[in-house]
Design a protein around this ligand. Sequence first.
Ligand code: BG6
Length: 474
Amino acid sequence: PVPEDHVVVLFGATGDLARRKLLPGLFHLAKAGLLPARYRIVGSAPAQSALSDEEFRKHARDAVAEFGRSKPQGRAWEEFEAALSFGACDVGAAGPLVAAVQEAERAIGGSPRRLFHLAVPPSAFTSVIETLGASGLSENARVIVEKPFGTDLASARALNASIHAVFDESRVFRIDHFLGKESVDNILALRFANGLFEPVWNRDHISHVQIDVPESISIEGRAQFFEGTGTFRDMIVTHLFQLLGFIAMEPPTALQAQSLRDEKEKVFESLQPVDPAHVVRGQYEGYRSEPGVDPKSDTETFIALRVGIDNWRWAGVPFYLRSGKSLAEARHVVTLGFREPALRMFPLAARGHAGARSNALVIDFDDPGRITASFLVKDPGPAMRLSRAEMVFSYAESFNSMHALEGYERLLLDAMLGDQSLFTRSDGIERLWEASTPLLENPPPVEPYAPGSWGPDSVRRLIAPHHWSLPHRR
Ligand code: BG6
């Protein structure tokens, strides 16, 4: 399906996200023929950093050249560039933006849909929303709200209330780019399109689940953002809990937004409150001397935690979540560890180290993604010795990944189509903050870890008697 005609407005058009992801992503959608027949993209920013249309086009060209998958050239680029314009907007002074939107609408003709993308710091969300309401720009409009969505339950509730004063929930798209990754949709396919996996996708067969997203980058100059946020808010509440929702949900009645979000929401309802006793907070050595970081900072750059889901499918199955900066590898890995067979027929000596990391299904979200089933097989020869073996499905090897969209591309397209399946709902996000409250109120002290390591040693104790499936040794 192709979206109806659109005027897309990018707030924060000169910022990092627009440069790295949104402008290149929109150009990729245009090239792939997925944008509406008629569209305009209006950049916006406060008057003090306003650009002319020409400057904005150059800004977009530079962004696509640096971060895009295809170069800003040829007919495709000329057409895209011609659809770009700029309109400044300050609190209570939306005049130039209103004019730019009206101009874009005239150029398109008819009554195109408006889509506002709030790629601005969270502190600006409310004032931008209010300005959209007061200026009338909110009519016939949808809004994409960036993360982090609040910093605790009270702030998330307040933010939802101010959004709902202008946009009803059906027009609000809280974006979580992890949910736009191909592999998330693939969890649904894997679970609900096959008879092979779903029958064992429960507490009777699964001993534990790992959702592991180590990052090798440091905070990369984002001290101001990171100091007030930390890894729990930046990664767990936003991305990893959302993945957990897809992994743990019951089969939806249909593959559409309402049922999917209802099922995800039920998982969040059953999520146990995060117990600080089952949390390891870490901070990489050297973090406190990064420019802009408080020399006594208690902000975590690493977190690992154990949570449970109190429902019939998952009672008693621990879910381990881990993420952090400056770690040894950058990965996105979900591991389902299966229970051992009821009777151990093979002597332990024959199982060795291999046993610890076999008997598992590993879903790798690294683009373009892969799924690995690992199990024990017999070594050739007279002795009954077991080794670890793998069956691997790799997207890159099986499909032409040219057709794949990156997270932001997929989600921008879905928002234009009005499909909320992969966006977070207000009740879901509030529930996650509620479950996070014990940790936010009583965070354990941060433990130091060496950059390039796998975090503080205590993460191994956290997961015992299981083992982290990363680092992956064969
Ligand atoms: C962002 C976080 O939402 O996700 C970053 O703010 C993090 O801190 C990034 O690095 C990770 O995304 P990806 O897709 O690169 O794993």
